[in-house]
Design a binder for this molecule. Structure first.
Ligand SMILES: Nc1ncnc2c1ncn2[C@@H]1O[C@H](COP(=O)(O)OP(=O)(O)O)[C@@H](O)[C@H]1O
Ligand SMILES: CCC(=O)OP(=O)(O)O
Ligand SMILES: [Mg+2]
Length: 402
């Protein structure tokens, strides 16, 4: 290991690659950035909230090359001692983070058809990083791990039980690294300090899910066997009546593969609005009076509020609603509209608190009279990934020198 080791975290999302470089001793963030607009018409990299730089190509390979170039400029490339990767789906093979080996890569590949928008992107990140940092311990941190505490009544579908027994058809849940981080951070907020608390966390990004956390453990979540179930997302439809899909298949003679493409890539905010999957674009259109953008946003909000309400019923007590993810952290409009739909719980936002910028970090946004605390907690999946990478990576170094 070199004198000033750092850990590089790579989080390949469905439309972005987030990365961070953390000091391995102090866990201070030395550098962080994001490549956005992957698989869209314009991709760019932003480092340390600086000016965005346009990328020549809008794919993951280009994003990873740009990240490596930024490390080189800052003489950090040779200091990388551990790499941590976000992997969306670990299936039933992985219930916790693991050191990446050829066998682990093969196992991740096996479950990848269950999260096609993510796991293949995640594996791209793993393969590029292994080439670039040979011999450096690389660790996989799974979105599904935090939800291993779900009870059968929360993870089973109402299908014949033999499909679970013979084919492993069950709900797994995702965004677990984010829900884990946010639920830990929530204990720093007034009113939510108790270890005995019930939270509903809404991770609203391009992918979106709700999680019910009782006493620090995930007890229910809106995504299922794949990251398609639950909320309406950027391009994913979320819950849809299977009967409707069967009817559509017969009417339009589309194959299962065609429809899988429709529900994953052509639906959600994009499909409803016909404009964009990006909420920033839709908010502008909303303010310009675009009817389809307004319909898409209202439908998105309806589903979020309904799902938060349903998840409250999975808790023993209901203390807080926490917003996180790109939309949850930044969209004043979405938080306001969701909270208006949750008045049935007595929830009341404070307008000024809700209007505060995400730059101030975690904050309460409910009024002092709200019986349920509402808050925004900026997620930090990178920190959780780095901590797991450090832990497992150090064990690996110790074993090497033993
Ligand atoms: N200032 C903002 N106002 C409203 N929406 C925002 C803002 N910043 C980001 N978003 C939205 O956040 C979403 C991306 O969330 P993010 O969590 O980064 O996605 P991913 O799932 O790719 O990790 C996009 O819909 C984007 O429009
Ligand atoms: C796999 C869960 C998910 O939807 O991730 P994303 O928010 O990065 O798209
Ligand atoms: Mg994300």
């Amino acid at each position: 290991m070199n004198d000033y080791p750092v850990v590089l975290t790579i989080n390949c999302g469905s439309s972005s690659v987030k990365f961070s470089v953390l000091d391995a001793e102090t866990c201070d963030v030395l550098l962080s950035g994001i490549c956005e607009g992957i698989n869209t018409e314009k991709a760019f990299i932003t480092v340390n909230d600086g000016e965005p730089i346009i990328l020549a190509h809008q794919n993951y390979e280009e994003a990873l090359s740009a990240i490596a170039a930024e490390l080189e400029i800052r003489n950090l490339i040779d200091s990388v001692a551990f790499v941590g990767h976000r992997i969306a789906h670990g299936g039933s093979l992985f219930s916790e983070s693991v050191l990446i080996t050829d066998e682990v890569i093969e196992q991740i590949r096996q479950v990848s058809p269950l999260a096609p928008l993510h796991n293949y992107a995640n594996l791209h990140g793993v393969e590029s990083a292994r080439l670039r940092f040979p011999g450096i311990p690389q660790v996989a941190v799974f979105d599904t791990s935090f939800h291993q505490t779900l009870k059968p009544e929360a993870y089973l579908y109402g299908l014949p039980y033999r499909y679970f027994e013979e084919y492993g058809v069950r709900r797994y849940g995702f965004h677990g690294t984010s829900h884990r981080y946010v639920s830990q951070q929530a204990r720093e907020l007034p009113g939510l300090e108790s270890a005995n608390s019930g939270l509903v966390i809404a991770h609203l990004g391009n992918g979106a899910s709700v999680c019910a956390v009782q006493n620090g453990e995930s007890v229910d979540t809106s995504m299922g066997m794949t990251p398609l179930e639950g909320l309406i997302m950027g391009t994913r439809c979320g819950d849809v009546d299977f009967g409707a899909m069967a009817w559509l298949a017969r009417q339009t003679e589309q194959s299962m593969d065609d429809l899988e493409q429709v529900v994953n890539k052509e639906s959600g905010l994009l499909g409803l609005s016909g404009i964009s999957s990006d909420l920033r674009t839709l908010e502008k259109a909303w303010h310009n009076g675009d009817v389809r953008a307004q319909l898409a946003i209202r439908t998105f909000v309806h589903r979020i509020a309904r799902t938060i309400g349903a998840h409250a019923a999975s808790l023993n007590r209901f203390d807080g609603v926490i917003f996180t993810g790109g939309i949850g952290e930044n969209s004043i409009l979405i938080r306001r509209l969701v909270a208006e739909r949750l008045r049935v719980f007595g929830i009341e936002l404070d307008i000024e608190r809700n209007n505060q910028s995400n730059r101030i970090g975690q904050r309460i946004i409910s009024s002092d009279f709200s019986p349920i605390v509402c808050a925004v907690i900026p997620t930090n999946e990178e920190k959780m990934i780095a901590l797991d990478a450090l832990h497992l990576g150090r064990e690996c170094h110790i074993a090497e020198y033993a």
